[in-house]
Design a protein around this ligand. Structure first.
Ligand code: FAD
Length: 465
């Protein structure tokens, strides 16, 4: 059997970015993907003139790894910037949408926080941040409550964390979930000081359209364009419909066998599949528990997406903008079950046919067993509630998409456990490498950076981190 330089397991964006760099560097690399299409959670659906994303809708314009990859793929000139109006974001509070403030005067007058809540936020500037005793990583709730007070922690941070991780503040560790924020806070002695310092930092000129770093990016045909470019760069070295079932050490190399009976041998293997799949493969390789348990203990959010397309006339008073989030303190019979809704067709042109508007609502696992029609009705009802419509609009297009075990929760100690695991793998399983959203951050930017960092290490001849 021929020995490849590298086998990548999983053709999400992380695995594809890793394979792209390795093959450009002349390494023999094959990517095996279980699904019949590449991209993992990233993809774009076209339904009757509406365009909806299967996972992420946008990438921050400040995302260096994303823009650099687009440039390396020759598609940076295809990047499009979100419409200026899409910067408006809302919270669902007490039965209506309230715009999030984007300036200091806006903060002073916003009804999002009480007077006491605002005062507590403002005094963060006066309270120097101290690392917790004993080096124990605090949860996001403990961190934000200490810095900003309980009201802002729940209302602002709680809603934001639901938007990024589909998780709650208690479930995530402050340093693991938001390492850059944590670093800025520790370096500058506070959260607000850290934010100001980051704003003052000179921004590098990145490939693609020049715009505010707070703007959002995509491609005219959606983020699928990134996946298509990566997949076509891989050519026949990307094999779809090939689920890796076992991994085994054989001399100096690894042998992977797929459900279809294909066996491939490689000197290095990159695990760019989700953590549960990576854990199962390490188990088949007979590795000891310390190499497997850290991956098994990562819990994930299940997310159900509901794409709805409407005739714009059926949704009077639609505010446009990015969309809204529901903070965790909005409970009770009148509160929507939705975590948040993206106003997809307001973000970029060409996302809805003329006279139409498209939205994507995000639900958690509690609704995962509902039939499609029921959850679509719930999403239309939640939208009507948020926009205070007199009747629930009937969508002209509706599609429900259920992701299981899809967004890893970075619990306190997560990054430390991943670092320890990598050291264990160096000792116990040289040639195995971790990429993917469980290893170095969940955003598109972070999974690309991780995939490319692993490729960089391998290009430089390292067998291990
Ligand atoms: C609904 C949703 C919305 C999001 N929104 C945003 C956003 O707005 N901005 C942002 O930056 N990020 C967002 N994210 C996060 C980001 O999109 C993901 O974290 C990232 O794309 C994950 O990429 P990945 O390559 O690590 O993994 P995945 O995309 O999960 O890909 C892993 C691949 O491995 C394959 N696989 C699994 N097991 C095997 C096996 N045994 N053999 C072969 N293949 C296997 C899977 O089929 C899959 O294709 C969102 C995520 C979701 C789910």
């Amino acid at each position: 059997m021929h020995t490849l330089d590298v086998l990548v397991i999983g053709a999400g964006v992380s695995g594809l970015a890793c394979a792209f760099d390795l093959s450009r560097a002349g390494r023999s690399v094959v990517t095996l993907e279980r699904a019949q299409q590449a991209g993992g959670v990233v993809g774009t659906l076209e339904i009757d003139g509406f365009r909806f994303e299967t996972g992420p809708n946008t990438v921050q314009a400040s995302s260096e790894a994303f823009r650099t990859l687009a440039a390396d793929l020759g598609i940076a000139d295809r990047l499009v910037v979100s419409s200026g109006a899409s910067s408006a974001r809302y919270l669902f509070l007490e039965g209506r949408l309230v715009a999030l403030p984007s300036s200091i005067p806006g903060f002073l007058t916003t009804p999002v926080l009480s007077f006491g809540g605002k005062l507590r936020v403002a005094t963060e500037l006066l309270r120097r941040f101290k690392q917790p005793a004993g080096g124990v990583e605090p949860t996001l709730r403990a961190f934000f409550t200490e810095r900003l007070g309980p009201e802002a922690a729940t209302r602002l941070a709680g809603a934001f964390v639901r938007g990024v991780y589909a998780a709650e503040l208690d479930e995530l560790g402050a340093e693991s979930a938001f390492p850059r924020m944590w670093r800025a806070c520790t370096e500058h002695g506070g959260l607000i000081k850290g934010v100001f310092a980051a704003q003052k930092k000179k921004k590098p000129v990145l490939p693609g359209p020049q715009c505010k770093s707070s703007a959002l990016l995509s491609f005219p045909n959606g983020l699928r364009e990134l996946v298509d470019a990566l997949a076509s760069a891989s050519g026949t070295n990307l094999m779809l419909g090939e689920e890796v079932r076992t991994l085994a050490r054989d001399g100096e190399s690894w042998v992977a066998t797929t459900a279809g009976g294909l066996s491939l041998r490689a000197r290095d293997v990159v695990l760019a599949c989700p953590a549960p799949a990576a854990a199962a493969l390490l188990d088949t390789a007979g590795l000891p528990r310390p190499c497997i348990t850290p991956l098994e203990r990562i819990t994930h959010a299940d997310v159900t997406l509901v794409h709805l397309g409407f005739r714009a006339v059926d949704v009077p008073g639609f505010p446009g903008g990015f969309g809204y989030l529901v903070p965790p303190d909005q409970v009770g019979p009148e509160a929507p079950r939705v975590l948040g809704t993206i106003f997809a067709s307001s973000l970029f042109e060409g996302r809805a046919p003329t006279g139409g508007l498209g939205v994507t609502s995000f639900y958690r696992s509690s609704t995962a067993t509902w039939p499609d029609a029921e959850i679509a009705r719930e999403a239309a009802t939640d939208l009507a509630r948020a926009l205070r419509l007199s009747s629930v609009p009937t969508p002209v297009v509706s599609r429900v998409l259920r992701w299981k075990n899809v967004i890893p929760r970075y619990a306190p100690g997560h990054m430390l456990r991943m670092a320890t695991l990598e050291s264990e793998l160096v000792r116990m399983a040289p040639g195995l490498h971790l990429a993917g959203s469980y290893a170095g951050g969940v955003s598109v930017e972070q999974v690309i950076a991780r995939g490319r960092a692993v490729a960089h290490r391998l290009r430089n001849g390292a067998h291990s981190p």
